[in-house]
Design a protein around this ligand. Structure first.
Ligand code: ADP
Length: 930
């Protein structure tokens, strides 16, 4: 803000008045051919744009910081600032400076903000940029109430939203959708601190979220009579969030947001819900290190060729379907395109010529389109016949032959596209006739239209381009009619064009229509009405051309803007076509199969692969694995050393389910998948610590959320949960979580649980539905070989030292670690180490902590008295070797299970097992108090 001593010229007064209304935006103040910024705005822009900061005032004691950018280059600068999270208020001259009396009138014509950008420079072609709004009304101080989150892609006009009773659910969605800007009511309580990163918050007065005002606004903007027409009937919170978003759009766009498509609330009942944490852990859009692109699921499955298809794919990855009929329809279309390589290639080729019809149409509707946008639209529309042709061409694939027998050539989804196809011949023809091949960047320069488009323009262009020739023709005509062969044509600034006759050449009288303009010493100069008129035409042609082209451009724009609904409809169909062909293409390229989806709670994936890991290490190197979950085997405990491939198997199961419910083919030889309603994927704290944000607390909060939100149809992937705390806490928590999950919903919940707590494998056989798998390792000459093969049963040990050696830990440290390990395993008095197998099946009579019982405790095993040394069962020797003082309860349990196994396996001893005194009557209470 200016110092009070800055002299307030009328211009600065105007500037200050305007700036007052936009305190949070950088004000781009138009002065002639520049946008100027002043005071703090100037300092900020100069710093961010690396441009010179100068001073406006000549008063060196009170300089006014200033910087500026030329108007024709402003777009690039604005894009840079918006990218950095700034908002820009564009203040234009709203009257012709030549006509202005005194100071030119100015006003802000629009505000460009990170969530409302339309310029391609700020948008990523295949991704959405969202503006969000949250409304939450707490129910008299309770944590529950009613709230909604609405998100809108202003560049495409798509908008949607969800309602929830709990604020925490709303914030979870905000995190998932990740809008660039979030609109909130002033009185709305602040969002959780971890949400603040990367989101620009906008506070609007509460009245903009008022129900009545919001309803009026929404109905007016959408041109409907009833909220129910938009799925907003009775959804007051959703309506109020919509109202907030519209209010903000009106403030920034300075016009009614006419580009918005009909609002469509997201029907959560029909979607597979994947929360933000799961999205992150499965590396769907970003790798764990935050990077997009290679190494993400999206990168592997995206073979779309249009921006619309890319965005639809993004939507589908974000919330796949949970509606068997919808999925089957997509699968049919995908299978059809999968089987017919020629057709798919033709379709892909045709779609490559289709640009972003959706965003082009938005810019045209909002009058923000540049001439090149019309060219792009014209070319896109011209490509439509090729797209249709690729669908309707005859085919001889199996599908097509069968379908023909049923009287239809195409699967239902594709035949619906053909039925609802809009060829846009009228607009394609118009644009092809109108716009030149290489139009100028801006409208005001002219040079936009083709010859033949408009008669008047043609005449003007003819003059501009052929003015000299016309003058020459006129001269020749006059030479003929006058008979003066030496009549010449000249030009000067005072008289314009004139005919000149030298006295030497002709001294006789001139015809009547020759009007004398000037007499020189040896020549006379004349004009004629015809010459005068031609001269006026020529001199004004350039100006008239610009004006006429501008008005023709506006007419063309209006005609195209009127096609918004048709264009959006076509964009939607093209997006789907592109999405389906992409799924087909990826499936075909990678040899995937079509999964069978059913209503069961089972899962049977044969030879499944992790598509991203496979893409990274090469198709031939990946070891496929099969996973089956059914009525008897619901919760898989997966053990194996680090680097064996546990996380990979876990994630590949989740990804295969997700892909299947997108309608995609899946990386497996076959897959039968009971449809899931939610997928939860969590990684233990220690695995996430590299990101510096995951603590044990977060891990437990996440676990709590899963336990709260999972339903009988959910799929849960837990990777090393419980590792972020001490061993006993960790194992106890993991244990209790497994028990809880296994006993849920009649055991229908599907869980894969990777853990290095071998103790947990004891739950197999104890808790119904729990079973163990491990990933095979081959040991050879002290070396370990990761086979990456999933096999039944628990792993024998953790191979941590070997993994450390493979990782390059110095040999001396590895050797020392081995020695310490051996020492630890042997126990302090150097007796024989326990058997490597750590399966823990309890002895009869000794119950593991029951689901409701206490977690395992330390120092809880009672002393076992020695048995006679002679003719003794091997078990007795083992028992004697035990040093109870150094045993933890869990080790004791493990030992007991080994003994039990040994006992059961030893056919040499026909005797019934002798009772082991002091063991079979341990009660949980004693365990706790010992
Ligand atoms: P863990 O979770 O057991 O520590 P990961 O799942 O992270 O192991 O796998 C470690 C590495 O092993 C992966 O990055 C990948 O390179 C490789 N890998 C995992 N599974 C397979 C497989 N099935 N086939 C081939 N390589 C695999």
């Amino acid at each position: 803000m200016p110092e009070p001593t800055v002299k307030m010229t009328p211009m600065f007064e105007q500037y200050m008045r305007i700036k007052e209304d936009y305190p949070d935006a950088l004000l781009f103040y138009r002065m002639g051919d520049f946008y100027e910024l002043f005071f703090d705005d100037a300092a900020t822009a100069a710093r961010e744009l690396q441009i010179a900061l100068t001073s406006r005032s000549r008063d060196t004691a009170n300089p006014v910081p200033m910087c500026g950018v030329p108007w024709h280059a402003a777009q690039t600068y604005i894009a840079q600032l918006v990218d950095k999270g700034y908002s820009i208020a564009i203040c234009e001259q709203t009257e012709d400076p030549r006509a202005a009396k005194g100071l030119v009138q100015r006003a802000v014509t629009r505000v460009i903000t990170p969530g409302t950008v339309l310029d391609d420079a700020n948008l990523s072609a295949g991704s959405h940029t969202y503006l969000g709004a949250v409304f939450f009304e707490e129910d008299s101080g309770r944590k529950e109430g009613m709230g909604a989150f609405v998100w809108a892609d202003i560049s495409t006009g798509q908008w949607s939203g969800v309602e929830f009773r709990k604020a925490v659910d709303i914030w979870q969605w905000v995190q998932k959708i990740a809008p660039r800007e979030l609109v909130l009511a002033e009185s709305q309580s602040a969002p959780p601190a971890n949400l603040l990163e990367g989101v620009r918050f906008v506070r609007l007065p509460d009245q903009h979220f008022d129900l009545r005002r919001s309803t009026e606004r929404v109905l007016a903007a959408q041109g409907v009579q009833e909220p129910a027409a938009l799925g907003l009937g009775g959804k007051n919170a959703l309506m109020r969030a919509c109202g907030g978003i519209l209010a903000y759009l009106e403030q920034t766009q300075k016009c009614s947001p006419s580009q918005l498509q009909p609002f469509r609330p997201l029907n959560l009942g029909k979607r597979l819900l994947i929360d933000e944490m799961t999205e992150r852990n499965l590396e769907i859009f970003r790798r764990l290190n935050g990077r997009k692109g290679k190494g993400t699921l999206r990168h592997v499955v995206d073979a779309t060729v249009t921006p619309m298809g890319g965005r639809l794919l993004e939507d589908m990855l974000r919330h796949p379907w949970r509606d068997a009929a919808v999925i089957a329809r997509i699968q049919d279309a995908v299978a059809f395109l999968h089987d017919d390589d020629m057709r798919r290639e033709a379709l892909r080729e045709a779609l490559r010529h289709v640009y972003d019809i959706e965003r082009l149409s938005t810019r045209i509707t909002l009058n923000r389109a540049m001439p090149r946008d019309f060219l792009a639209l014209g070319n896109s529309l011209a490509a439509l016949p090729g797209v249709l042709q690729s669908l309707t061409a005859p085919s001889d694939t199996t599908y097509a032959t069968e379908a023909r027998q049923n009287g239809d050539h195409l699967p239902p989804a594709l035949s619906e596209i053909v039925r609802r196809w809009d060829g846009f011949d009228d607009c394609a023809e118009l644009l092809a006739r109108a716009i030149v091949d290489a139009p100028p960047a801006v409208i005001t320069d002219g040079g936009l239209f083709r010859p033949g488009y408009d008669e008047e323009l043609d005449a003007i262009l003819d003059l501009v381009e052929h003015g000299e020739q016309k003058l020459q023709a006129l001269l020749e005509k006059e030479q003929k009619t006058t008979g003066i062969a030496k009549l010449k044509l000249g030009y000067n600034r005072v008289f314009g064009y004139y005919y000149e006759v030298s006295r030497a050449a002709y001294a006789g009288p001139m015809p009547d229509h020759f009007i004398r303009r000037q007499t020189l010493a040896n020549a006379e100069r004349f004009t004629t009405p015809e010459l005068k008129s031609l001269e006026e035409d020529i001199l004004s042609a350039a100006e008239r051309r610009k004006t006429l082209e501008y008005s023709l451009f506006q007419q063309l724009r209006a005609r195209m803007a009127a096609q918004r609904e048709r264009l959006v409809h076509m964009a939607d169909m093209l997006a789907h076509l592109d999405y389906w062909q992409s799924l087909a293409h990826v499936g075909r390229r990678n040899g995937w199969c079509r999964p069978v989806l059913d209503g069961s709670a089972d899962l049977d994936i044969r030879d499944g692969r992790h598509p991203v890991v496979e893409a990274m290490i090469g198709a031939g190197s990946f070891v496929p694995n099969s996973v089956t979950l059914d009525g008897k085997r619901r919760l898989c405990l997966l053990t194996g050393p680090n680097m064996a491939g546990k996380s990979t198997v876990l994630r590949q199961v989740a990804i295969i389910c997700l892909l299947a419910q997108m309608g995609s083919m899946v990386p497996a030889s076959s897959a039968v998948i009971g449809m899931t309603d939610k997928i939860f994927s969590r990684v233990g704290a220690s695995d996430n610590l590299a990101q510096g944000q995951s603590t044990f607390m977060v891990e437990m909060m996440e676990t709590a959320r899963i336990l709260r939100q999972a339903t009988r149809r959910s799929l849960i992937i837990l990777d090393e949960i419980g590792r972020g705390t001490s061993t006993y806490d960790g194992v106890a928590l993991a244990w209790a979580v497994v028990e809880d999950l296994a006993s849920r919903s009649n055991g229908e919940l599907r869980t894969l649980f990777a853990t290095h707590y071998h103790e947990l494998t004891a739950l197999e056989g104890q808790v119904p539905g729990v079973f163990t798998m491990n990933i095979a390792i081959r040991e050879h000459n002290n070396d370990i070989l990761f086979l990456h093969k999933l096999v039944p049963g628990p792993a024998d040990r953790s191979y941590g030292v070997e993994v450390a050696r493979l990782a390059g830990v110095p040999a001396s440290v590895v050797q020392r670690a081995r020695a310490i390990l051996a020492e630890l395993e042997r126990g302090k008095d150097g007796r024989r180490p326990p058997e490597p197998r750590m399966t823990a099946v309890p002895l009869p009579g000794l119950s593991l902590p029951s689901p409701a019982g206490p977690p395992p405790q330390e120092k809880a095993v009672p002393h076992i008295s020695a048995l006679p040394p002679q003719g003794e069962h091997p078990l007795v020797r083992l028992l004697r070797d035990v040093d109870p003082d150094s045993l933890t309860p869990l080790e004791a349990l493990r030992l007991i299970s080994q003994w039990h196994k040994l006992w059961a396996e030893d056919p040499a001893d026909p005797a019934t097992p002798p009772p082991l005194e002091g063991i079979d009557d341990i009660s949980p209470e004693e365990v706790r108090h010992e």
